[in-house]
Design a protein around this ligand. Structure first.
Ligand code: MN
Length: 729
């Protein structure tokens, strides 16, 4: 029976193969839920069907309908998501998985008093949960549509639940899900959610208002007929075809209006407050023409007119709203819009997902996603009420985080650029220390691969006692991006034999110096200039990564530079590339002021900001002249054009297909230009490759060499003092 109705609805707008998918999902879900009953005693499948029905009404695509039918299968029937994927494909399984994950996000930490008066910790937990929810939604909007439909059926069947659970679900619905539906412009869903929840929270009030609405129904209907007849006739005179309807407001909104009146000390007694008149016309022009007619017939109330056509609401709602005095005394709310606007207004975001034959729409585009996030941020604003809280959420979200899932579906957030190793150390130090590999979405990936939002990360560990690799400490290799993981790896090495750390430390520095073609120098001097008490301490801290060879070299070079400022650092040919830069003080961040836009050659001065480093202004900038805190001003000067240096690099490697392109792509990955690249084969199947590259400084060179060293087949790589000597050509 249910099955027949469902399929009939699907056939109305879907192609046979799509209907088939829904049919299979139905049969699968029915079998999986077999024997399960809800608290009401109904078969569980009733819930799955109801969830799908609403989405059929919205005419969503077949994948969404199938996912709605299957949405409780993984959680309640312990069917692995893999099986869903095998049977129904990845699109459906992703949706089901998304709904499952969304349901696990705990949003009920919000009490009836909202966030006010909550502790900082509770606010943080709440913000965190909301953020997790945003991620799940941002992945695919349809996940939320299914969730809303699921919730709608749950709200309608709240009655049978025990008091406490009923209140919790109702509260969460009013605070989270109804505002979300509102954000999405899904009015129908929104008011049904609100009315259902309101009924559970305030059964008495609910009954009172619904009695009021029923009692006044015939009166209201007579009123609507009267007014719409007058209006239609007037519109006909100017050739506007219109459909006029009167819709009773829903119960929760009447309740809100009563509350609002009470707060203003007014009595709510006018039945006209219970309805709004809606006028549907054929074109935008007709909307404004109809508005003119309405205003000429009845006097508009000042301040009650809104043009949501010229400036639509954030959720794309478009309509004209006005309130007029009917017969000089009765306030009457009138909405005017086209049929098309009405359609979009009612369905909201779901309208964009409505299935259209021949259109492929399995992916939201990037700009869709951004619109989403913006809307969701707005939604945050509505439910939070606390400016401070909002700010914290906003900065958290804008902090460029990635959100990834553990194999169990928990969400972890990491800074952008984080790797599987960072992820492992966040979960447990031991997991990081024993990590030997990682799978992302089921595929093996290098440990240095950057993670992206929405990915599921699984860490592979050694069964034997495995130790971290010293390579992880080398920032050039990009294994670790978080200070947390770095600290843990260092700690591990620090606990090892001191002698081993001393040996390793020495080797690391010597290797890097050789590679960069720099003189070895006196290690005791280095240790002293880096403020180490003894040479052994210096080697040891290099060994466990407290200081890296790159940092040591950087320090040595900048000291060198200070001593003989006119000498170039990496000598050979020097090429000037016409970029202009402002020299700040030391490593302070500088940027150009937007008020006076200084250009090279202008007289400039720096202003030390509290958080954003130094802003560079023209000396005659008004903001500078009027600045009270003169001690914040600081001298700056234009630097010479940025200098680029040409450096030769030679690589020895085992010959293989693709070697040259792999090397050039890692170099390009560091945004370094290659001027020449030459290769020479040898008899023993090895190759010597010579590159001439343009670099900015020794740090960049060090990174490039480390990356080349990591290319498969490469035996050694080093800076070559004289490139031409390497190849005999
Ligand atoms: Mn459900």
């Amino acid at each position: 029976m249910d099955r027949a109705i469902l399929l009939k609805k699907a056939k109305e707008y879907l192609l046979p193969d799509k209907v088939n998918l829904i049919q299979q999902a139905y049969d699968f879900a029915l079998k999986a839920h077999e024997g399960q009953v809800r608290d009401s005693g109904e078969p569980y499948m009733e819930h799955s069907i109801a969830t799908a029905m609403l989405l059929l009404d919205l005419q969503l695509d077949a994948s969404s309908i199938a996912a709605a039918l299957l949405h409780d299968v993984p959680e309640d029937c312990h069917v692995p998501i893999k099986e869903v994927e095998e049977k129904f494909g990845s699109e459906v399984s992703k949706l089901v998985d998304g709904v499952t994950k969304l349901s696990k996000v705990n949003l009920d930490s919000l009490g009836s008093e909202g966030l006010q008066g909550r502790s900082v910790d509770e606010k943080e937990i709440h913000a965190d949960n909301l953020r997790k929810m945003l991620v799940a939604i941002a992945e695919d909007v349809r996940v939320l549509l299914i969730k809303l439909s699921d919730r709608l059926h749950n709200v309608k069947t709240l009655k049978i639940l025990p008091e406490q659970r009923r209140r919790r679900i109702a509260q969460e619905t009013i605070e989270i899900y109804a505002p979300l539906a509102h954000r999405l412009g899904m009015w129908e869903v929104k008011w049904q959610l609100e009315d259902g929840a309101f009924r559970a929270l305030e059964p008495q009030r609910y009954r009172e208002i619904s009695t009021l609405l029923t009692a006044t129904r015939s009166e209201r209907e007579a009123f609507v007929t009267e007014v719409s007849q007058i209006l239609k006739n007037e519109l006909k005179k100017v050739n506007i075809e219109a459909e006029v309807t009167g819709r009773a407001k829903h119960i929760y909104s009447v309740y809100q209006k009563i509350e609002k009146y009470a707060a203003m000390g007014k009595q709510f007694d006018d039945i006209n407050d219970l309805l709004a008149l809606r006028v549907l016309v054929n074109s935008k022009g007709d909307c404004y023409a109809a508005l003119g007619i309405v205003h000429s017939m009845w006097h508009p109330i000042a301040g009650e007119f809104n043009d949501f056509i010229a400036s639509p609401k954030d959720n794309q709602y478009t309509s004209l709203h006005t309130t007029v005095l009917y017969k000089g005394t009765i306030p009457l709310e009138i909405q005017i819009r086209t049929h098309e606007m009405h359609h979009i207004n009612e369905y909201g975001i779901a309208a964009h997902w409505r299935y259209k034959e021949g259109e492929k729409r399995d992916n939201t585009t990037f700009s869709d996603k951004m619109t989403w996030l913006r809307q969701l941020m707005e939604w945050h604003k509505e439910i939070s009420g606390s400016q401070e809280f909002l700010e914290s959420v906003r900065t958290d979200i804008l902090k460029d985080q990635v959100f990834v899932y553990t194999p169990r579906g928990e969400i972890k957030d990491l800074p952008q650029g984080a790797t599987p190793l960072d992820f492992a150390y966040i979960i447990h130090t031991n997991l990081g220390n024993r990590c030997i590999g990682a799978k992302v979405n089921g595929r093996l990936v290098p440990l240095s691969r950057e993670l992206a939002s929405g990915e599921t990360v699984e860490i592979l560990v050694s069964k034997l006692d495995k130790a971290p690799s010293r390579d992880w400490l080398n920032p050039n290799l990009g294994y670790i991006k978080t200070s947390h993981a770095l600290r843990k790896v260092r700690q591990w090495f620090k606990k090892q034999e001191r002698n081993e750390n001393i040996d390793k430390g020495r080797q690391l520095l010597e290797k890097e110096l050789r590679r960069l073609g720099l003189p070895l120098g006196d290690p005791a001097d280095m240790a002293a200039s880096l403020k180490y008490d003894s040479l052994d301490d210096f080697w040891a801290s290099l060994g466990y990564g407290e200081v890296t060879p790159q940092q040591v070299i950087h320090k040595l070079i900048s000291e060198e530079e200070e001593r003989k400022p006119q000498q170039e650092i990496p000598p050979p040919q020097r090429e000037v590339i016409g970029q202009v830069q402002v020299l700040g003080v030391g490593d302070l961040l500088t940027h150009l002021a937007l008020c006076c836009h200084p250009l090279p050659g202008d007289d400039i001065i720096g202003y030390v900001t509290r958080t954003r480093g130094v802003t560079v202004h023209r000396k005659d900038c008004r903001n500078i002249i009027n600045e009270d805190e003169k001690d914040r001003l600081i001298d700056v000067k234009w630097s010479a054009s940025e200098q680029m240096y040409q450096v030769g690099v030679s690589v020895e490697a085992y010959d293989r297909v693709g070697l040259l392109s792999d090397i050039s792509s890692v170099v390009a990955g560091e945004k370094v230009n290659i001027n020449t690249i030459k290769a020479e084969e040898r008899k023993d199947r090895t190759m010597t490759i010579f590159l001439r590259i343009q670099i900015k400084n020794i740090d960049q060179l060090s990174r490039v060499l480390a990356k080349i060293d990591g290319v498969r087949g490469v035996i050694t790589v080093s800076r070559s003092q004289d490139g031409s000597a390497v190849l005999h050509r």
